[in-house]
Design a protein around this ligand. Structure first.
Ligand SMILES: Cc1cc2nc3c(=O)[nH]c(=O)nc-3n(C[C@H](O)[C@H](O)[C@H](O)COP(=O)(O)OP(=O)(O)OC[C@H]3O[C@@H](n4cnc5c(N)ncnc54)[C@H](O)[C@@H]3O)c2cc1C
Length: 302
C-alpha cells in the first residue's frame, strides 16, 4: 500500500498502478508493478527515486527488459523505467552524450553512420545503454564499459555524481555501478575513427547472432561463462537441452538460452534455471552464476 508521504511526493509525476511488466521484458514473463513510472527528465527521476528510497520502498530500475526477470504476481515497490530518457547529443565528431534509455542497437547504428568504430561487438544486443553499462554487456571479449568516458548517476541519497572511467570497476559482465542502488542516467562515450576491418567484424558478429535461437521470447544467455569454460557447452554436456518447466524450455540450439514457448510464467523460468544450475553443479562441481538479473525469491535472488 503506497504511503501518503510517497503518494504526495509523486504528485505531478505520471505513475501507473498495477502495471504489467511482461510486455516490457523480452522473455515475456513477470507480474505487475505496484507502481510504474517512466520519468522524462533527470529531475523527475531524482524526485521519484529519492522519495521511494526515503520511504524504504523497493525500487527496480528497468531499461529494455532484455536481461531481467520479475516475479509473478504483484511486484511490491516502484519500477522506474528509463524509456523516456532517450536522447543523444554529439559533442565532437567522436564523442557523444547518450541518455541511459537510448537503445544500444540505435547507438551502434549512429556510431557506424558517423564513420566511427569500436562498438561492432554490440551487434545484435538488444536493450538500452544504461542496462548495457549496468551489466557490462558485450561479446567477443569486449564490453561496453571500455568505451565510457564518464557516467552520470543518481545515487540513493539523491546526489548526482559524475564518474570518469578510471573510477568505475568493471570486468566480464560486471560493473561496480550496479552493485548498489543507483540510476545510470547519462553516459559520455568516445569512439575511434572507423577502420577497414570494422565492417567484417560487424558482419561476423551478425553471423554469430543468426546462429543463436530466435522465434521465441528469451533474455539472451542465462548464465555467465564460468572462468575458462563456456556455460552453453557445460549445460549441453550435462543434458540440459530441451529440459522444460511449464512453457519455459532450454533451447535445443544453444543450451544457455531459455525460451518462452508462449505462456511461461516467471516461476517456470526460475525453476528451469535452478534445475540447470543444479545439474551442472552435480556433474561438474561448477556453480553457474546467472547473467540474467532475477528478482524475487529463488536460489539466485538479488
Ligand atoms: C536475443 C538476446 C541476445 C543477447 N545477447 C547478449 C550479448 O551478446 N551480450 C550481453 O552482454 N548481453 C546480451 N543480452 C542480454 C541483454 O540484452 C543485455 O544485458 C542488455 O545490455 C540489457 O539491457 P536492458 O536495457 O535490457 O537492461 P534490463 O534488462 O532492463 O536491466 C538489466 C539490469 O540492469 C539494470 N539497469 C538497467 N538500466 C539501468 C540504469 N539506467 N541504471 C542502473 N541500472 C540499470 C536493471 O536494474 C537490471 O538489474 C541479450 C539478450 C537477448 C534478448
Amino acid at each position: 500500500m503506497l504511503s501518503n508521504n510517497l503518494r504526495s511526493a509523486l504528485s505531478g509525476i505520471i505513475i501507473k498502478e498495477n502495471w504489467p511488466l511482461s510486455p516490457l521484458c523480452t522473455l515475456g514473463v513477470g507480474g505487475e508493478a505496484e507502481i510504474f513510472t517512466a520519468p522524462d527528465s533527470i529531475e523527475q527521476m531524482k524526485i521519484v527515486f529519492s522519495a521511494a528510497m526515503n520511504e524504504n520502498y523497493p525500487v527496480y530500475i528497468l531499461g529494455g527488459g532484455s536481461n531481467v526477470i520479475f516475479p509473478d504476481g504483484l511486484v511490491h515497490g516502484v519500477v522506474i523505467s528509463t524509456m523516456n530518457l532517450n536522447s543523444i547529443e554529439w559533442r565532437t565528431p567522436f564523442t557523444a552524450d547518450v541518455d541511459a534509455g537510448f537503445k544500444l542497437p540505435l547507438l551502434l547504428k549512429e556510431v557506424r553512420e558517423h564513420n566511427l568504430g569500436g562498438l561492432e561487438f554490440a551487434a545484435g544486443i538488444p536493450g538500452t545503454l544504461g542496462g548495457a553499462i549496468a551489466g557490462n554487456a558485450g561479446a567477443g571479449g569486449h564490453g561496453v564499459c571500455e568505451l565510457i568516458d564518464n557516467v552520470i548517476t543518481i545515487e540513493s541519497d539523491g546526489e548526482i555524481i559524475n564518474r570518469n572511467n578510471s573510477m568505475i570497476d568493471y570486468s566480464y559482465r560486471h560493473c561496480g555501478l550496479a552493485d548498489e542502488k543507483r540510476i545510470i542516467v547519462s553516459v559520455r562515450m568516445t569512439f575511434r575513427p572507423s577502420q577497414h576491418e570494422d565492417q567484417k567484424i560487424f558482419e561476423n558478429f551478425m553471423m554469430m547472432r543468426a546462429k543463436q535461437p530466435h522465434g521465441h521470447k528469451n533474455a539472451g544467455c542465462t548464465f555467465k561463462n564460468p572462468g575458462g569454460y563456456s556455460a552453453g557447452k557445460l549445460l549441453d554436456e550435462c543434458g540440459c537441452k530441451n529440459l522444460s518447466a511449464g512453457d519455459a524450455v532450454v533451447s535445443d540450439m544453444h543450451a544457455n538460452f531459455i525460451l518462452n514457448r508462449g505462456h511461461a510464467s516467471s516461476s517456470d523460468v526460475i525453476e528451469l534455471i535452478e534445475l540447470c544450475a543444479q545439474r551442472v553443479y552435480n556433474s561438474t562441481g561448477i556453480k553457474l552464476e546467472p547473467e540474467i538479473k532475477i528478482y524475487g525469491s529463488c536460489l539466485f535472488s538479488q
